[in-house]
Design a protein around this ligand. Structure first.
Ligand SMILES: *[C@@H]1O[C@H](CO)[C@@H](O)[C@H](O)[C@H]1NC(C)=O
Length: 140
């Protein structure tokens, strides 16, 4: 409600602009590099379903890079979502965790100048808000 009111008053200031976010890092599982994990950048909106901005997989060195693009008045609310089988006996399900990208790394423009360096993450770690995906493999 409030937003529409502001847009009505200041139409020139709140224009739709290109936005971009880039994330890169390395995944390990205990003492080995984690290959084949799925990495997604997800835009989570207050209304409507989540939007998958980008998807990639970790390579044989466990490294990944994802670049998500969007357009909007407000900064995108972006999460890095990881799907993996580290320490996971349940087949075909995968462990998943969503981590929020700080809004500082959501930039205006069409090229990434400021990557969010996620660093090396050991996915044997149990993250607080972990979930499980059993459908992802089947449908994609
Ligand atoms: C996927 O990740 C690999 C490894 O980091 C990278 O070389 C490649 O450019 C990425 N692909 C896309 C589409 O971002």
């Amino acid at each position: 409600m409030e937003l529409y009111f502001i847009l009505f008053l200041f139409p020139a200031v709140f224009t739709f602009r290109d936005q971009i976010v880039g994330v890169r890092g390395i995944l390990t599982c205990n003492n080995r590099l984690l290959q084949g994990a799925t990495i997604r950048l997800i835009e989570r909106n207050y209304i409507g379903p989540d939007v998958v901005l980008a998807e990639n997989k970790t390579n044989y060195q466990g490294s990944y890079e994802v670049i998500g693009k969007g357009r909007g008045v407000l900064d995108m609310n972006v999460f890095l979502k990881l799907y993996h089988d580290c320490d996971d006996a349940v087949i075909p399900c995968q462990r998943t965790v969503s981590l929020r990208i700080p809004s500082f790394y959501i930039s205006r423009g069409t090229t990434v100048n400021n990557y969010f360096e996620a660093g090396t993450m050991n996915m044997a770690f149990r993250y607080p808000d972990e979930q499980r995906s059993c459908t992802d493999r089947i449908f994609s």
